[in-house]
Design a protein around this ligand. Structure first.
Ligand code: ADP
Ligand code: ASP
Ligand code: MG
Length: 406
């Protein structure tokens, strides 16, 4: 056995082509040479998962979730095999496994399965033989061997869960940026890299749309105290540590701005304003497995009211079908969809002890002539739904206003 165990996860952009796969193989074997044991989790090459989703959509816009998992899990099976070959080429021993082979057991919620347990025996056996173990990210199996996936970005979760179960000394998430930034560095080049961030802040950022880490992976890291190092697969520089507590000289009010373009808004018009109606509509959605986010009910003047809410864009077709059914049952009017929206949010634990933060956010958007369609708040964040084509300029304006430009 080596001197310490590192779990390393490489995202899709880090294995997007032959050169990048060879780059990962060099990095991994570099650590092996230094004497570390390595478990490597890999995502599908580049945009493979998106392409597979598009392909399925052309065949059937509401595909069976079980078959969707059969399809999407193939992406990661390609990358683990190719990475193993690249490592062999460098003269090192490595073996690749799917989630099923390695014993990542999940519940039966296809496309968003939860890990129930991981049987680490196979991995430990191979590590003892001196091999680099490569595990397909994002996938698992039900106890009776139906393949499941862990939700978009789920390779992060595979890595964190393996780091926990194997009691790894380090968990590194390699991506195409140098760490966690004050906002998406592709949208605001003035964004600054954050040296260390708490689980709570990262979880809030991830839930609000910062795709750099999957939200559920942070929940698991927080629950079991797994420190995560997010860094670039193309540089040696240290990235961002995600940990329980961060000591800052002075608490800043807002640490980060996030945006999310993956939501859609649905409005149910002329809903009868009486007890039990909203319950009926949302119960229908819940039993259909739809995750509803922001909800706004307008004031009624005529005994009828409009209810708007947001959902994941990927669930739009299914949700519209369910809502139309429910709306007809309760005697509501038209159901209108709006995919042309985006969410912009500000995040920071310092918000808890400061007032006027919301006002500053709304003023900043107003000055940019951006209309706010919906608002929601938590302890450490404020979100606004706005028109999609305004979201980049909203991010930049807020980033500057809250003193984050570097
Ligand atoms: P991977 O393929 O490695 O999983 P992702 O595409 O899932 O990578 O996540 C990395 C991307 O997340 C970056 O390229 C960046 O554009 C985006 N991103 C969004 N918000 C942030 C942020 N606050 N800090 C860093 N990256 C961010
Ligand atoms: N390939 C999967 C996705 O694109 C999982 C991952 O990249 O983490 O969502
Ligand atoms: Mg990712």
């Amino acid at each position: 056995m080596g001197k310490a165990l590192i779990v390393q996860k490489f995202g899709g952009s880090s294995v997007a082509n032959v050169e990048r796969i060879q780059n990962v193989a060099r990095r991994v074997t570099g650590y092996r040479k230094k004497g570390y044991d390595l478990v490597v989790v890999v995502s599908a090459l580049g945009d493979t998962t998106d392409e597979l989703i598009e392909l399925a959509d052309k065949i059937n816009p509401e595909p069976s979730e079980r078959e969707m998992d059969m399809l999407l899990s193939t992406g990661e099976q390609i990358s683990v095999a190719l990475l193993a070959m690249a490592i062999h080429k460098l003269g090192y021993e490595a073996i690749s496994f799917t989630g099923l082979q390695v014993g990542i057991i999940t519940d039966t919620s296809h496309t968003r399965a939860r890990i129930v347990k991981i049987d680490t025996k196979k991995i430990s056996d191979e590590l003892k033989k001196g091999k680099i173990v490569i595990v397909a990210g994002f996938q698992g199996t039900t106890p009776d061997q139906h393949i499941t996936t862990l939700g978009r970005g789920g390779s992060d979760l595979t890595a964190v869960a393996l780091a926990k179960e194997l009691k790894a000394d380090q968990c590194e998430i390699y991506t195409d940026v140098e760490g966690i930034y004050s906002t998406d560095p592709r949208i605001e080049p003035k964004a600054g890299k954050i040296d260390a961030i708490t689980y709570d802040e990262m979880l809030e950022m991830a839930s609000l749309g910062a795709q750099v880490m999957q939200a559920r992976s942070i929940e698991v890291a927080k629950k079991f105290d797994v420190p995560i190092h997010v860094r670039s697969s193309l540089s040696e520089k240290p990235g961002t540590m995600i940990v329980r507590e961060v000591k800052r000289m002075e608490e800043v009010v807002v640490n980060a701005i996030t945006l999310n373009k993956n939501e859609s808004k649905i409005t149910v018009c002329d809903v009868p304003d009486k007890p039990g109606v909203a319950a009926k509509i949302f119960k229908n959605l819940a039993s259909g497995g739809v995750n509803v986010d922001m909800i706004v009910q307008n004031v009624s003047h005529t005994r009828k009211t409009d209810i708007s809410f947001t959902i994941q864009k990927a669930e739009l077709a299914k949700t519209m079908r369910l809502v139309r059914k429910a709306a007809a049952k309760v005697g509501a009017g038209e159901v209108v969809e709006d995919a042309d929206i985006a969410r912009v949010s500000i995040v920071g634990v310092g918000m808890k002890s400061h007032s006027g933060v919301a006002a500053t956010m709304f003023e900043t958007l107003a000055r940019k002539k951006i209309n706010i369609e919906m608002i929601s708040t938590s302890d450490i964040s404020i979100s606004c739904i706005i028109k999609k084509n305004k979201v980049e300029s909203a991010v930049r304006a807020l980033h500057g206003k809250f003193g984050l430009n570097k």
